[in-house]
Design a protein around this ligand. Structure first.
Ligand code: SAM
Ligand code: DTB
Ligand code: SF4
Length: 319
């Protein structure tokens, strides 16, 4: 029987997450080894090309205009500055350059501004990725014709828990954009955040939504919530402990088992994880990370720390 499935149930995935840790990791490793070179980890680089002032109210996000998280807001960066950052990322070993904009959805003019930037990133010999909020059909097609490789658009959590986190758009809005991206022939990068006070059932529910898409996302970022002061979740969770890192590893393992061919990306939150916990994530099937000392607005581990970790674990970064 093929291990590529699109008929997962939440009960089944919850039961998978309930298994003993070593049993779950063993199963994830079997799948990982059958589909990937386990010594290789893809390193993607991230740049916030338009920061802050976003009209959406995602309770985790420091870039929402509704909260006061003290981010250094700026309008769309100049093309030459974006391309300079892309060249630096390439020189530092990144094989994919992801550009993030704090928009609810881009305008046609903004899409036109981005098209030549995407072409120029591709010309540098890197894969291009953007995350710009919701897309309509024609914007997705325009990005595809500029040669965009990946579009990042996260489902973030389960359909049930979504309403607790965001009120300015629906889960179906999110799914619709993913459909436009897929139909335009752009590869899909979609995952979510754990540690937002959700239950294990919600983590299972999110993974079921991702894995039951007609085609698995090529990339699945799993973010650990970065609690940024000034965001509602940082206040609401102030008296709650961080999500246990073993639970984070379990989520990665389940993502690996459910989406065998995808790149599972250990994304935000690595600074809060020990080296040992990160090693467990790689053992559980994570095979992609963000490199560089900053994510969009929050810090990421230093380049040297990552180089040392890769050396210690015998991992190679893909060029
Ligand atoms: N505005 C676009 C959107 O929401 O799709 C693109 C940028 S948005 C910042 C990209 C992703 O970053 C979100 O979908 C969310 O998963 C992640 N993110 C934002 N704030 C985060 C935080 N504090 N901790 C972890 N992940 C976060
Ligand atoms: C994703 O899933 N994680 C990245 C990327 N896609 C765009 C963003 C993480 C952002 C973490 C909070 C910040 O730095 O603002
Ligand atoms: Fe805006 Fe994206 Fe942040 Fe939500 S996650 S507030 S859509 S930038």
């Amino acid at each position: 029987m093929s291990d590529i499935r699109h008929d997962w149930t939440v009960d089944e995935v919850e039961a998978m997450l309930d298994r003993s840790f070593s049993d779950l990791i063993f199963n994830a490793q079997k799948i990982h080894r059958a589909h990937h070179d386990t010594d290789t980890v893809q390193v993607a680089s991230l740049l916030s090309i338009k920061t802050g002032g976003c009209p959406e109210d995602c309770k985790y996000c420091p870039q929402s205009v509704h909260y006061n998280a003290g981010v250094d807001a700026h309008a769309l960066m100049k093309t030459e500055d974006i391309l300079e950052a892309a060249s630096v990322a390439k020189a530092q070993g990144a094989s994919r350059f992801c550009m993030g904009a704090a928009w609810r959805s881009p305008t046609s003019r903004q899409i036109d501004q981005l098209a030549p930037i995407i072409e120029a990133v591709n010309d540098l010999g890197m894969e291009s990725c953007v995350t710009l909020g919701m897309l309509n059909e024609s914007h997705a097609k325009r990005l595809a014709s500029a040669g965009l490789h990946y579009y990042n658009h996260n489902l973030d959590t389960s359909p049930e828990y979504y309403k607790e986190i965001i009120s300015t758009r629906t889960y179906d809005d999110r799914l619709e954009t993913l459909q436009h991206v897929r139909d335009a022939g752009i590869s899909v990068c979609s995952g979510g955040i754990v540690g937002m006070g959700e239950a294990r059932k919600d983590r299972a529910g999110m993974l079921v939504e991702l894995a039951n898409l007609p085609k698995h996302p090529e990339s699945v970022p799993i973010n650990m919530l970065v609690r940024v002061e000034g965001t509602p979740l940082s206040d609401e969770l102030a008296d709650e402990p961080e999500l246990d890192s073993f639970e984070f590893v379990r989520t990665i393992a389940a993502a690996r088992i459910m989406m065998p061919e995808s790149f599972v990306r250990l994304s935000a939150g690595r600074r809060e994880l020990t080296r040992e916990a990160q090693a467990l994530c790689f053992m559980a099937g994570a095979n992609s990370i963000f490199g560089g000392d900053k994510l969009l607005t929050t810090p990421n581990p230093e380049q040297d720390e990552d180089a040392q970790l890769f050396k210690t674990l015998g991992l190679n970064a893909t060029a």
